[in-house]
Write a protein that binds this ligand. Structure first.
Ligand SMILES: [Fe+2]
Length: 428
């Protein structure tokens, strides 16, 4: 049986909300579409421990549905191979052992074709499970699996980008002439003022959210200002040209050590050719566009830039309060640009969703009263609440249906391979 979204189309009204099965199948197909430009060899690329092969992402997201939904709930379900339970486990101690993350590229078997068959087998079983209305606890887990796969879709893009860039040939993910080229020019940055006060933070429980988005609670914010748009490549070039990478007064101690240990003097993917800066994109090497948002900078670089600019990064609470007023629209995965674009308008507060994840000045911690979910899925977020900073807003690789004002992403301060950028904040 070939599973398509037509499974549930039978007697339904045309304007109905997509069913859970529709959403499941749509997300599963998006993962396959993102991998479609890749060769079989590309699917096994892993050029650093943090970045996993595309084939592994396709298998691991399938493993998630099988392990947490099918095995415990679908009577008689038989896996494609019993060893997959360990082979494609990422970090769930309660599930059991797993191969070293840094060695995921060594899994030449199962083949890509076998991983595709594994996906189809699980899709058919999931379709069987979801044909009748699932119990609320099952539906919640399916939602978690869908959102988990969407997170891995972003990782497919960023990990493939890093893997292809590592090749001295700088091969493109897709041919130039697609949608990567940016349009428009950045407007003058302006400050948008917010009154602060006692503000609600976190998910109100309407719709899906990860456990780390709650409990909803109140924080007190003094008045603050946010930049109307993201920091641009042109502005970051000014920072670089001011010798900022050689001025210790701009850097956190750990950041100063980090830029020296890694010989950083520009964002990731930037290269100088004949005196001009170029950067690697999903469509290969392109000249830097001054008006596009700077991207692929670490927290250390974002923090130093803000200090150089006489400003600071927003706290995650300031960002969330500002974002509560913004529609969830922007240059997200759905636009298929796969590259941040200049702010489209000088009005209001722009680029809050999409383009680049915005580093905040907030450490990734549990909200007051936070309790991870019971069981193995409780390992999803809570155990990473140490030595990471929060990023907000999604990027050009984030699916639109995946992002919201309360969403908390997190990475260590040295990470640069995600689409990460900067928005300035200030006091009143
Ligand atoms: Fe995962």
């Amino acid at each position: 049986m070939h599973v398509t979204s037509s499974i549930h189309d039978g007697a339904s009204a045309p304007a109905r909300e997509p069913s859970l099965l529709d959403r499941y199948l749509d997300v599963r197909q998006t993962s396959m579409r993102l991998c479609s430009p890749l060769s079989i060899e590309d699917h096994s690329l892993q050029s650093m421990p943090d970045a996993s092969p595309a084939k592994w992402h396709l298998a691991h997201t399938t493993w998630f549905f099988e392990t947490f939904l099918l095995t415990p709930n679908l009577h008689g379900h038989q896996s494609a191979h019993p060893a997959f339970r360990n082979l494609f486990n990422s970090y769930y101690e309660a599930i059991g052992d797993r191969p070293l993350r840094s060695l995921r590229h060594t899994l030449s078997r199962p083949s890509l074709a076998e991983v595709h068959s594994y996906r189809q087998l699980v899709d058919e079983a999931m379709a069987e499970m979801l044909r009748s209305r699932p119990a609320p606890a099952i539906a919640d887990l399916v939602q978690l699996g869908i959102n988990h796969e969407q997170q891995h879709q972003e990782l497919i893009v960023t990990d493939v980008k890093y893997g292809l860039w590592t090749n001295p040939l700088r091969p493109a993910y897709r041919e130039p002439g697609g949608k990567t080229r940016t349009i428009g020019s950045a407007s003058t940055m302006q400050w948008r003022r917010f009154n602060g006060g006692l503000c609600f933070i976190g998910s109100d429980g309407q719709g899906f959210s990860f456990d780390n988005e709650g409990p909803r609670h109140q924080v007190y914010l003094t008045p603050f200002r946010l930049a109307s748009r993201l920091v641009t490549n042109g502005e970051y070039l000014e920072f670089m040209n001011s010798d900022a990478y050689r001025k210790p007064e701009l850097w956190l101690s750990e950041g100063w050590d980090c830029i020296h240990a890694n010989h950083w003097n520009a964002p990731l993917y930037w290269e100088q050719r004949n005196g001009e800066w170029w950067h690697y994109t999903m469509e290969g090497m392109q000249p830097i566009e001054r008006d596009a948002p700077v991207c692929h900078v670490s927290y250390f670089e974002a923090d130093a830039f803000a200090r150089w600019a006489g400003a600071r990064l927003a706290t995650e609470f300031e960002w969330e309060v500002a974002a509560q007023r913004c529609a969830i629209e922007g240059n997200l995965l759905d636009s298929d640009a796969l590259q941040p674009r200049p702010a489209a308008s000088p009005d209001g507060l722009t680029q809050m969703f999409g383009d680049v994840w915005e580093w905040t000045g907030s450490a990734y911690l549990g909200y007051p009263g936070f309790k991870p979910a019971a069981g193995a899925v409780g390992e999803y977020n809570g155990k990473f609440m140490c030595n990471q900073m929060v990023l907000r807003g999604g990027s050009c690789a984030t699916p639109r249906s995946h992002i919201r004002a309360t969403y908390r992403n997190f990475f260590p301060p040295h990470a640069r391979w995600q689409f990460m950028g900067i928005r300035l904040a200030n006091g009143n």
